[in-house]
Design a protein around this ligand. Structure first.
Ligand code: ADP
Ligand code: TYD
Length: 204
C-alpha cells in the first residue's frame, strides 16, 4: 500500500513558516496529492484546548513538555497516522522538533527526558521532510512586533530564542536527511522557488 508523506514546518516565532504553509499545500495538490494541513500544539479538539492553556498559562517546565506530548499523542492517533495510512500527505505546522527546540533549547529541559517522551509517544514515526525557516532573532522579532499580539512564548527574551534557534540548527545537522534549512531572510518569492524544487524532489 502507498502511504503518504509527513512534512513538518519549523522555526522560531516570526521566522515566516505560516506564510509558506498554504503555498506548499497548494503545490502538493497540484501534484495530485490529498493534503491534510494541521498544527501543533493542536490539530484535534483536545489538542486545541491544550494549546489555549499552553500558550497562555504559566506552568512548570516539565508540565509544559508533558502537555506538548499529550496533545501530540492525540494528534497522531486521531489525525496524522490515519491520514498517512489512507495515503494522504500531512503537513504539520510544528511537531517534535519544536519541543526539542523550545522546551529543550529555550527552557533547558534535559534532552534525555524529551528523547524518552519521543520514544514513548512516536517510536516509529518521523517526518519525511522538515522545513526549517531560519532567521536571525532581530528579524523574527521585528516581524512579530509589526503583526500581532504576543502569546506566552512570543514574549520570551532574546536569549530564549537564541537557544531555541541554536537547538533547531543543531537538530538540522544531526538529521540532515530530513531537514532542509531555508534562509527565511530572503524574499518570499525566492523562498517559494526553493520550496517548489524541494517539493518536486520529495515527490520524485
Ligand atoms: N521572507 C519574508 N520577508 C518578509 N516578510 C516576511 C517573510 N516571511 C514572512 N514575513 C512576514 O513576517 C510575519 C511573520 O510571518 P509568519 O509566517 O506568521 O511567521 P511564523 O509562522 O514563523 O511565526 C508576517 O507578517 C509575514 O508576512
Ligand atoms: C509544538 C510546540 C510549540 N511550541 C510553541 C512555539 C510557539 O511559540 C507556540 C505556538 O506555535 P505556532 O502555532 O507556531 O504559533 P503562531 O500560530 O502564533 O505562529 O508553541 C513549543 O514551545 N513546543 C512545542 O512542542
Amino acid at each position: 500500500m502507498t502511504t503518504g508523506k509527513f512534512i513538518t514546518f519549523e522555526g522560531i516565532d516570526g521566522a515566516g513558516k505560516s506564510t509558506h504553509l498554504s503555498f506548499v499545500a497548494e503545490l502538493l495538490r497540484a501534484h495530485k496529492k490529498t493534503v491534510v494541513v494541521t498544527r501543533e500544539p493542536g490539530g484535534t479538539s483536545l489538542g486545541e484546548q491544550l494549546r489555549e492553556i499552553l500558550l497562555h498559562e504559566k506552568m512548570h517546565l516539565e508540565t509544559e513538555a508533558l502537555l506538548m506530548f499529550a496533545a501530540r499523542r492525540e494528534h497522531i492517533a486521531q489525525v496524522i497516522a490515519p491520514a498517512l495510512e489512507r495515503g494522504d500527505w500531512v503537513i504539520s505546522d510544528r511537531f517534535t522538533d519544536a519541543t526539542f527546540a523550545y522546551q529543550g533549547g529555550g527552557r533547558k529541559l534535559e534532552r534525555a527526558k524529551l528523547e524518552a517522551l519521543e520514544q514513548w509517544v512516536h517510536p516509529h514515526l518521523q517526518p519525511d521532510l522538515t522545513l526549517l525557516f531560519d532567521v536571525p532573532l532581530e528579524v523574527a522579532r521585528a516581524r512579530l512586533d509589526a503583526t500581532r499580539t504576543l502569546d506566552k512564548f512570543e514574549q520570551e527574551k532574546a536569549d530564549f530564542f537564541a537557544a531555541t534557534r541554536a537547538e533547531y540548527l543543531r537538530r538540522a545537522s544531526e538529521f540532515p536527511q530530513r531537514f532542509h534549512v531555508i534562509d527565511s531572510t530572503q524574499a518570499i518569492s525566492t523562498i517559494q522557488e526553493q520550496l517548489r524544487a524541494i517539493v518536486a524532489g520529495i515527490d520524485a
